[in-house]
Design a protein around this ligand. Structure first.
Ligand code: C2E
Ligand code: MG
Ligand code: MG
Length: 733
């Protein structure tokens, strides 16, 4: 027995000897391994000693041969720990045992093996993830630019695979959502958009997010282009439904550009570039629509690049100037503010519309420089007006400020410096910002807005109603005024549906202590509505179009008030003539100050003389029953006179009008007559003009006479024809 012990103790593995399945001897290593004293192990069945439920997993060596049998088992030690054992057993003779069993501790080995295995798996997983990350956008999990390019490349190289299309989808105004509501909301919008886009195409198509708010879809094996345009329409429809985030309902629109080609006909860059050109066109077409690439668009895209380059130069070359558009108070009927609007006259392209170059300036960052120029120029101009017209109450100037300017840390200092240079009191500067800038979390915006308020400038919210802010939210910001967007004002006429909304905005703004401007007022009806609802100011073509400073000077000093002019314009409707200040003045005086027809006519005749250069302008009335015509009111200059009150027999038969012959006799070479036809029909008389010189009257001169003729005829009708005989005629002087 001791012999066996010595032999067993000499091996480094656990060793037990069995007889009839029971342990008769066991070495110390086995005791250590199994965590049990030798005495406990000896006498136990092997499976008991190993903590196994039965002997079924143990190796059974052949009774005759000396070939060992082996099995791996998970033993349980006396301390209850699991132990990976390799059990090798062989039949033997001698030392009183029939089986010898070697117990090799494989735990460390197995652990190492497992670790190796999991390290391998981990590596594989990481590699997959790295690959995934290299080709996917982490936010939406869509393919990224690399994968898109790879797939497009692959599709292009599959010759004979039919048509393929790349569709670029760009969210309109996404930046303002991000700015206004924060990046977290912006991210959710992108995730939702990604989901909706996937729903618009087949699973085999690749939906990707190459970056920012731009998505791209690769569609392969298309029958014809209509499949692609139908998909584009689906995209627009899908995105049209509001996206609800945090109980806030956001309406997103997108612009879509599509480029098609047959496999093998294009390069990746060529196809993506074409889609980009089409996208740009869709945006230029007013956003919210799709456009299919055609080669002519390339020119437009080039033009845009040129535009940006030229804009850079424009600032230095002095091609920019400002127009000013009056804003009038409705209570006093006074122009107390003018909005400065940037104008660019390009040396070869002519006038570039602001929406085009302001957008380009914002895209390129030039807006900061441009905006500073606008501020400086506007402040300088308004100081000039103050000095020019010390007796007229000082007018303010409103300047549009873009988001990028407000985000400049030194913006308040810039404004302060410009005001100082211009020697302008800050209270005469109104800064117009758009709604989307009002975000709770935009620290720098808030700090700058407060700084501007401390400086003493006024703040106005431009285009109110088109963004995402609520009136209640405005309370948190140092804002003085709201400008209701002109789309709401226009709707006052069209359907009237928005009328209660406009009325409510005015009332609520007032309750927050804000003043309200109605933008884009074009009709008398809109004016009336706004006045009835106590809107503070109006701006719009009805009052005046934007015009160069020199034209505005005249308006600011003009005796006619805003309301009178607006009323006059409302009478004549939307004629281009009403942008002529002289014409407006005359109309205003005529319709608001005339007690009798002579009062109405006098300013009109005077301005016809001034505008046309005719020396003598007069109004005749035809007494059909008496067969004579009478010169009612005359406006004469110089020595050639048509005396008012002249009555001549009406004799239309011989070579034209009687008074025509009269003026001919008097030596007049130019003679014009415009019939006065009342709105209800019926000729009431004639508006005439004559000159000793040969005058070439322009078309717009005649148009002015026609316009005045209409107003006069209406007034004559309104004042009853009989009373005309008693009109106190104006004598020629
Ligand atoms: P805005 O600030 O809302 O300016 C009012 C726009 O409405 C002007 O267009 C004006 O001509 C137009 N408008 C005024 N009354 C009427 C009307 O009765 N009917 C119609 N249909 N339109 C009317 P404009 O000059 O084309 O300017 C467009 C926009 O460009 C401005 O909108 C403003 O957002 C931007 N903008 C213009 N100048 C500047 C500038 O110096 N800086 C910045 N950042 N933006 C500017
Ligand atoms: Mg504005
Ligand atoms: Mg506006």
């Amino acid at each position: 027995m001791t012999e066996l012990r010595r032999f067993l103790d000499a091996t480094s593995d656990g060793f037990v000897a069995l007889r009839d399945g029971m342990v008769i001897e066991c070495n110390l290593q086995a005791s250590d391994l199994l965590g049990a004293p030798v005495e406990t192990i000896v006498g136990a069945a092997l499976h008991e000693a190993l903590g196994l439920p039965n002997a079924s997993t143990l190796p059974t060596p052949s009774p005759t041969g000396s070939e060992p049998a082996a099995a791996d088992v998970t033993a349980v030690t006396g301390a209850g720990e699991e132990l990976q054992l390799r059990v090798v057993a062989w039949t033997t003779e001698g030392f009183g045992a029939d089986t010898h069993v070697l117990l090799q501790d494989m735990t460390a080995h197995r652990r190492a093996e497992r670790q190796l295995q999991s390290a391998r798996q981990e590596l594989a997983r990481e590699a997959t993830e790295l690959w995934h990350r290299a080709f996917h956008d982490p936010l939406t999990n869509l393919a990224n630019r690399n994968l898109l390019r790879d797939r497009v490349d692959h599709a292009l190289s599959r010759r004979g695979a039919g048509l393929l299309a790349v569709m670029l989808v760009d969210l309109d105004g996404f930046k303002s959502i991000n700015d206004a509501l924060g990046h977290a909301v912006g991210d959710e919008v992108l995730i939702e958009v990604a989901d909706r886009l996937k729903a618009c195409v087949r699973p085999s198509d690749t939906v990707s997010r190459p970056g920012g708010d731009e998505f791209a879809i690769l569609m392969e094996e298309l029958g014809d282009s209509s499949t692609a345009t139908a998909a584009a329409q689906r995209v627009l429809d899908q995105l049209a439904a509001p996206i609800v985030i945090d109980e806030r309902s956001l309406v997103i629109t997108a612009s879509v550009g599509i480029a098609l080609c047959a496999a093998g006909d294009q390069t990746v860059d060529g196809l993506l570039g074409n889609a980009d050109v089409a996208l740009y066109r869709a945006k230029a077409d007013g956003r919210g629509c799709f456009s299919l690439y055609d080669p002519s668009m390339q020119e437009a895209a080039l033009a845009r690049l040129e535009l940006e380059a030229d804009l850079r130069l424009a600032l230095n070359r002095g091609e920019l100037r400002l127009d000013y558009q009056p804003i009038g108070t409705l209570k006093e009927g006074r122009i107390d503010n003018v909005e400065a609007l940037a104008r660019w006259t390009h040396p070869t392209r002519g006038v570039v519309p602001p929406f085009e170059f302001i957008q380009a300036a914002e895209d390129t960052g030039l807006i900061v420089q441009l905006g500073e120029w606008v501020l400086r120029e506007a402040c300088r101009q308004v100081t000039h007006w103050h000095r020019l017209m010390p007796d007229v109450p000082p007018v303010s100037v409103a300047v549009n400020v873009s988001g990028m300017q407000i985000l400049q840390p030194g913006f308040v200092d810039t404004v302060a410096r410009i005001l100082q240079e211009a020697e302008l009191d800050p209270k005469y500067l109104v800064l117009e910002i758009t709604e989307s800038l009002l975000t709770e979390d935009a620290g720098i915006t808030m700090a700058n807005l407060r700084g501007l308020r401390d400086l003493g400038t006024r703040l106005s919210i431009d285009d109110f109603g088109t963004g995402y802010s609520s009136l209640a939210r405005l309370r948190a910001f140092p804002v003085d005024e709201l400008k209701i967007d002109r789309s709401f004002i226009a709707a006052l006429d069209a359907s009237g549906d928005d009328a209660p909304l406009v009325a409510a905005v005015i009332a609520m703004a007032h309750s927050l202590g804000l003043e309200v401007v109605g933008e884009g007022v074009e009709t008398g009806h809109q004016l009336e509505f706004l006045r009835d609802h106590a809107c503070d100011r109006i701006q719009g073509y009805l009052l005046a179009r934007p015009a160069p400073a020199s034209d505005i000077t005249e308006l600011l000093g003009a005796p006619a008030t805003v309301l009178r002019m607006a009323a006059a314009q409302a009478i004549v409707g939307d004629s281009d003539l009403v942008s002529n200040i002289e014409v407006m003045e005359a109309l205003a005086l005529a319709v608001t100050e005339g007690h009798d027809i002579a009062d109405v006519a006098r300013p009109l005749l005077a301005s016809v003389a001034k505008i046309t250069g005719l020396e003598s302008v007069y109004l005749t009335r035809i007494h059909w029953d008496l067969g004579e015509q009478e010169i009612l009111v005359a406006h004469n200059t110089g020595t050639l006179q048509v005396p008012a009150g002249v009555k001549v027999p009406w004799d239309a038969g011989i070579g034209g009008y009687n008074d025509g012959r009269v003026v001919d006799d008097l030596g007049f070479k130019t003679y014009v007559s415009v019939p006065l036809v009342a709105a209800g029909g019926g000729r009431l008389g004639t508006l005439c003009g004559a000159s000793r010189d040969r005058l070439r009257l322009r078309k717009d001169h005649l148009a002015v006479m026609e316009l005045f003729g209409r107003v006069l005829a209406d007034e004559m009708r309104a004042r009853a024809v009989e009373s005309l005989d008693t009109v106190d005629l104006v004598r020629a002087d």
